[in-house]
Design a binder for this molecule. Structure first.
Ligand code: ADP
Ligand code: ASP
Ligand code: MG
Length: 401
């Protein structure tokens, strides 16, 4: 009997009416004879609300406590979903991440799944139950509840599908993956399929429709992922390995990431050790950065700039103040109102002229960019946050996304 993992995101389980409707959909699938595992996220904005609640007590909650709090969101959803399924006459069981055998690192709020012990799930499936599992959470070896990072229910679903040898269906509030966020460009076209590599690039650069690690796991364990709408039966998009006979597109998508912070450090002594020291200290503080640029040395000094996200602002100021004490005359500037605009497409590997088209489009439309970086299948620019919608629309129109 085939096993299907069906994941429903926060907006899809936003209220009890939606939960009841989804339960009906699960029943239809179950009637086809498959084993059904359901993964649910917290209802609507519950996770954000829980984080806000913790802020009423402290700005820096202990991360283990925060995980304990955030994990309650998904627990509400599994219990209500299981009740709704039973109302429809199905046998079901609700399981927390730990009860489902999801073992993670103890890196609270950003834990990684080490392995899944599926015995408990399999036993319940063998008893013909629908197994409803809390997404986004697991447990570390010491028995603590952990969470997997924001949007982590996608990762739970793909990991469970890999562990159970099943297929994975991610149900959300849009009809699938589009070349560009359909909420920014309503005329955007839905893709029938997208390669893991392109989806990972889009997800890691801001397209939150799929969580990056989930796509990475899908590729590693060869789980094809269907992304479809939880409220209709449109065909959706399949994320899978690129095949030779797939029609290649030069550009697959455009995405943006807001809340970027550009940091410029001026007059850093041009000795490799100082530049290395700066990046070393950033890594010790676990600050992720990209788009690094460095000027040519002038009077034996260089300017270095890099991009990160606003969440690290305080840490970066602290680090650079310390560096200033140490090195005397360095200066630093933070530019917080920036976004990263990324253009992604596997066709870029073989097609020339894409970069020059984009540079021209941005400059003729008066969109200023501060930094540019490329990978084999993408080009990213830091632009002003206020230009995001305009730049996205111009690129979407040009590349017919
Ligand atoms: P869920 O709660 O189901 O996990 P998310 O809010 O995490 O849903 O992801 C769905 C949202 O992703 C959509 O509402 C859409 O605005 C956004 N999105 C961003 N980029 C894209 C894209 N390229 N294709 C489809 N949706 C996208
Ligand atoms: N509820 C969690 C979040 O809001 C996980 C998820 O939705 O995937 O980040
Ligand atoms: Mg999501």
């Amino acid at each position: 009997m085939a096993t299907v993992v069906m994941k429903f995101g926060g907006t899809s389980v936003g209220d009890t009416d939606k939960i009841v409707n989804i339960a009906k959909r699960i029943k239809e699938k179950k009637n086809h004879g498959d084993n059904i595992v359901v993964v649910v996220s917290a209802m609507g904005k519950t996770t954000n609300n829980l984080i806000e609640l913790s802020k009423e007590i402290t700005d820096k909650p202990d991360k283990r406590d925060l995980d304990m709090l955030m994990a309650t969101g998904e627990q509400i959803s599994i219990s209500l979903m299981s009740m709704a399924l039973k109302q429809l006459g199905l046998d079901s069981i609700s399981l927390t991440g730990i009860q489902a055998g999801i073992v993670t690192t103890n890196d609270h709020t950003r834990a990684k799944i080490n392995n899944i012990n599926p015995e408990n799930i399999v036993n319940h499936l063998d008893e013909d139950k629908v197994v409803v599992i809390a997404g986004f959470q697991g447990g570390s070896d010491d028995g603590s509840i952990t969470t997997l990072g924001r949007g982590g229910s996608d990762t739970s679903a793909v990991a469970l599908a890999a562990s159970l040898g099943g297929s994975c269906e991610i149900y959300t509030d849009v009809n699938g993956i589009y070349g560009v966020d359909p909420r920014i460009v309503p005329s955007a076209k839905k893709l029938d399929y997208i390669s893991y590599d392109e989806m990972m690039e889009l997800a890691s650069r801001g397209a939150r429709v799929m969580e990056t690690r989930a796509v990475e796991l899908g590729q590693k364990y060869n789980v094809e992922i269907l992304v479809a709408n939880s409220h209709n039966t449109e065909a959706g998009t399949i994320i899978k390995e690129m095949e030779d006979n797939m029609e290649t597109r030069v550009i697959t998508g455009v995405t943006t990431l807001k809340d970027c912070l550009m940091v410029s450090v001026r007059n850093l002594p041009f000795e490799a050790s100082h530049v290395a020291d700066l990046f070393n200290q950033l890594s010790v503080r676990k600050i992720s950065i990209d788009m690094i640029s460095q000027t040519a040395p002038h009077n034996n000094l260089v300017d270095v700039s890099f991009t990160t996200t606003k969440e690290y602002t305080e840490d970066i100021i602290d680090l650079l103040e310390n560096l200033k004490q140490e090195l005397g005359n360095i200066e630093f500037y933070l530019n917080p109102n920036l976004a990263k605009l990324s253009v992604v497409g596997i066709g870029m590997i073989s097609q020339h002229g894409v970069a020059s088209d984009i540079f021209e489009l941005l400059s003729t439309n008066g969109i200023v960019y501060y930094q540019v970086t490329t990978s084999e299948i993408s080009i990213s620019y830091t632009i002003k946050e206020q230009d995001v919608a305009k730049a996205t629309k111009i690129l979407a129109e040009h590349f017919e996304l």
